[in-house]
Design a protein around this ligand. Structure first.
Ligand code: GTP
Length: 205
């Protein structure tokens, strides 16, 4: 299970849910860890990571990103604000398979048609092994009208920027802002209720 489930919401403006999808081994967990931990030291042991929470301030707004690195459909009854489609620039198959993912997109992720999509080419540090060019990535992103970034979870090149750009984009979409703030309000109400409940328990003892 991912970390951060107890992160408080007291000063938050928006809460967004972000999903990473792509073939096994393209580096989804590594990207997530690289972004969350601000370091590359814990890149290797990625098994078992479901989600992580990142708090950040963008454009004067305080955001909570809950980032999932699994596409387990059953987990996403709630609205997804955005998702990353990740491929490995050294594995053409992982790039080709994204087309299939797009075909299934409506079926799997139709909860919000306005969600922000980002195409991510990972492992650019392995330049000598690269088989998918930057131009090909850009063309695919254009075809499906999504943002595009090439990065390396290993060196952290473009990793921070990748999530910052996405956050700015999400803040530009009124429906996402609205849903994001409703989530924060609900979470605050729940916390207040729990505090009250705990307080009562205390008095009765
Ligand atoms: P699944 O959990 O099976 O879906 O895989 P994943 O997409 O989460 O990939 P994961 O993060 O586990 O990375 C797979 C392998 O690629 C690991 O050995 C990572 O260390 C390596 N890796 C991930 N990102 C990079 C990168 O940017 N550069 C290099 N050189 N290796 C990377």
């Amino acid at each position: 299970m991912g970390s951060g489930s107890k992160v408080g919401n007291s000063n938050l403006d928006y809460s967004f849910k972000v999903l990473l999808i792509g073939d096994s081994g393209v580096g989804k967990s590594s990207l997530l860890l690289s972004f969350i931990s601000n370091s590359i030291h814990d890149l290797s042991p990625t098994i078992g990571v479901d989600f992580k929470i990142k708090l950040l301030t963008i454009g004067g707004k305080r955001l909570k990103l809950t980032i999932w690195d699994t596409a387990g459909q059953e987990r996403f009854g709630t609205v997804i604000s955005s998702y990353y489609r990740v491929y490995d620039v050294t594995r053409r198959e992982s790039f080709k398979n994204l087309e299939d993912l797009w075909a299934k997109e409506v079926e799997l992720y139709s909860t919000n048609p306005e969600c922000i999509k980002v195409l991510v080419g990972n492992k650019v540090d392995k330049d000598s092994e690269r088989v998918v060019t930057r131009e090909e990535g850009m063309a695919l992103a254009q075809k499906h009208r999504c943002l595009f970034v090439e990065c390396s979870a290993k060196t952290r090149e473009n990793v921070q920027q990748c999530f910052d750009d996405l956050s700015l984009k999400m803040l530009e979409v009124p429906s996402l802002r609205e849903k994001g703030s409703v989530v924060v309000k609900k979470q605050k109400q729940k916390q207040a209720y729990e505090r009250m409940h705990r307080g009562r328990g205390c008095c009765l003892e």
